[in-house]
Design a binder for this molecule. Structure first.
Ligand code: CO
Length: 182
């Protein structure tokens, strides 16, 4: 199969409703979805992300891409695309700082499982089963949350969220303003 060239899609920012929806499962992998996956992947790399979920570019579909290590020295790009993913197992716990392309300049510690097993379909519509730990496991959990309308800031304990409330409000205001002007 020839490799599709992806184009860069605009990122939806905190305050956009699509980020809060429960995404729909993908029914079949057609050419349009294939192109969308290429676009999603290209957008992740161009925006320096380690993962990107379909709702973050305005599509309420259960698809995400992750590549937690591509920016490390000596590593090549190696995107993992998951369609209709489902966690099979969680193990352990670990708290580390996270960020998100939809929440620019906000970073906070989030508790996640240290190890996970996830199943889903890849970009060739083959069933895959992935075992991951540490940063890779965290990226999978973060991206899968997007498919359920959950943002990492929701997983930050209420008191620890207080320092970010002003920034969050500002992001929301920006979205409201851009809607009024369009
Ligand atoms: Co995110």
């Amino acid at each position: 199969m020839k490799k599709l060239k992806g184009k860069i899609l605009p990122i939806k920012i905190y305050g956009e409703e699509v980020l809060r929806l429960k995404s729909e499962p993908v029914i079949e992998l057609n050419d349009e979805i294939r192109q969308f996956i290429a676009d999603l992947t290209e957008t992740m790399y161009k925006k320096d992300g380690v993962g990107l979920a379909a709702p973050q570019v305005g599509r309420s579909l259960r698809i995400f891409v992750v590549d937690p290590f591509w920016f490390q020295e000596g590593n090549k790009k190696d995107p993992l695309i998951l369609i209709n993913p489902e966690f099979i197992e969680f193990e352990g716990e670990e708290s580390l700082e996270e960020g998100c392309l939809s929440l620019p300049d906000i970073y906070a510690k989030v508790n996640r499982a240290q190890k996970v097993i996830i199943e889903g379909f890849n970009e060739n519509w083959e069933k895959v089963r992935i075992e991951a730990e540490d940063l890779f496991a965290r990226a999978l959990q973060h991206e899968n949350d997007h498919l359920d309308g959950i943002l990492f800031i929701d997983r930050v304990p209420k008191l620890k969220r207080i320092p970010f409330l002003k920034d969050l409000k500002q992001l929301e205001q920006k979205v409201i303003k851009s809607k009024l002007n369009s």
